[in-house]
Design a protein around this ligand. Sequence first.
Ligand code: GDP
Ligand code: MG
Length: 168
Amino acid sequence: DIELAIKVVIVGNGGVGKSSMIQRYCKGIFTKDYKKTIGVDFLERQIEIDGEDVRIMLWDTAGQEEFDCITKAYYRGAQASVLVFSTTDRASFEAIKDWKRKVENECNEIPTVIVQNKIDLIEQAVVTADEVETLAKMLNCRLIRTSVKEDINVASVFRYLATKCHQL
Ligand code: GDP
Ligand code: MG
């Protein structure tokens, strides 16, 4: 039986790969044109942490992030958060500190990971490794670089957060 269920919110500018990440982690699929699903609240996956079953519930936004109108209900009860930006989108990187502040306003201090997604497109990077690491340090968050497309490091994001929550 489930010992712990964790609600994880995933925020970041539109187009950085949030919905793709949830699909990848919970369903094991990647599609190039993942349709924005309106009405789907969350997907979940069960993993084992220290021999205990943990249910991870990943809450998606249905594109509201592009209009800066994510509701309080989206954040309510979240125990962990993922702040995502894209390797090829400078504005999404610069928005990370604002996303951090929004999560903090709604959820106080919860375990948080900064995800640099689309690392498969590193040749087209518009951010340097240095400035990403500096930002992560400044915001006091773990940094994980992922490629949802190539399935690199996606599971580590949620394993890290689940382990953190399990220790609390
Ligand atoms: P969201 O708006 O943050 O939910 O982003 P989506 O999940 O809709 O993804 C936006 C686009 O980026 C889609 O075309 C995805 O297929 C693509 N995408 C997502 N993750 C990756 C990745 O790791 N690498 C590459 N090359 N494309 C990705
Ligand atoms: Mg989306």
